[in-house]
Design a protein around this ligand. Structure first.
Ligand SMILES: [Zn+2]
Length: 249
């Protein structure tokens, strides 16, 4: 295993344009439950309703109550070794950008700067009625943690996070950035995602089609396993290894 992690590190150092794509498995290491995996959030009763736009419009308090612990109590969640290594790689110029399906802001908390959020983000909350109204994460989180709901100062409607809900279209700018980065990448690290849901499922294909290589680290099979130059199961083990190499190497 050690030799394979060494090979991966050499591959990252040699790459001209390395990009990472991260999914829920990366956050599981920080204690945030994977949406679809074992013990996943979606196994709970009503969990699909949390991110359903129709349901949100009927009863936004359901989302805020459910999301409070895993989005708004972010102070209780610490970035994992995966978040920290990715930030360190970016700092050393070895990682050009990071595409994430996650909405927990842990990459930013870990120190990553160039984060492309393809499922939107709770960095911004907005009013579904008043176009200009925006509230940042910190302000909204303080309100949610106090047990209240963030409301529009103009019309008092409950604000919606800029997370992409089921029934909404994905953020176009982020999708375009993600496909540009994937196309430019000569190395893409696919981390903690099973590549079953779009847009994540299609992003590594841009890299493969333009002649780049894909490395997969995921504890479940993905449709691209056979096309990966390297494949690992255990994110924790691989990134502890990379951390050692970054610190000592
Ligand atoms: Zn409003």
């Amino acid at each position: 295993m050690k030799a394979e992690i060494n090979t991966l590190f050499e591959r990252i150092k040699k790459a001209r344009h390395c990009v990472a794509l991260t999914g829920a498995g990366v956050s599981t290491l920080s204690g945030i439950r994977d949406f679809r995996g074992k013990n996943g959030l979606y196994n709970d009763t009503d969990a699909e309703k949390i991110f359903d736009i129709d349901y949100f419009e009927q009863d936004p308090s359901f989302y805020y109550k459910a999301a409070r612990s895993f989005i708004y109590d972010l102070n209780e969640k610490e970035p994992s070794v995966v978040h920290l290594v990715l930030a360190a790689l970016e700092q050393r110029g070895l990682l050009k950008s990071l595409i994430t399906q996650n909405i927990d802001l842990l990459h930013q908390k870990g120190g990553s700067r160039r984060v492309i959020e393809v499922h939107g983000s709770p960095r911004i909350h907005y009013c579904l009625r008043c176009a200009a109204v925006r509230m940042g994460f910190d302000e909204a989180a303080a309100i949610v943690r106090s047990g209240a709901l963030p409301r529009c100062p103009k019309c008092s409607r409950v604000l919606k996070p800029a997370i992409t809900f089921f029934g909404e279209s994905l953020p176009m700018d982020a999708l375009r950035d993600a496909s540009d980065e994937a196309q430019n990448a000569d190395l893409m690290l696919v981390l903690g995602t099973s590549l079953t849901v779009n847009p994540a499922a299609s992003i590594p294909n841009y890299t493969l089609r333009s002649g780049g290589e894909v490395v997969i680290v995921n504890n479940m099979p993905t449709p691209l396993d056979s096309r990966a130059v390297q494949h690992f199961d255990d994110l924790g083990e691989v990134f502890e290894g990379l951390w050692d190499l970054l610190v000592n190497g």
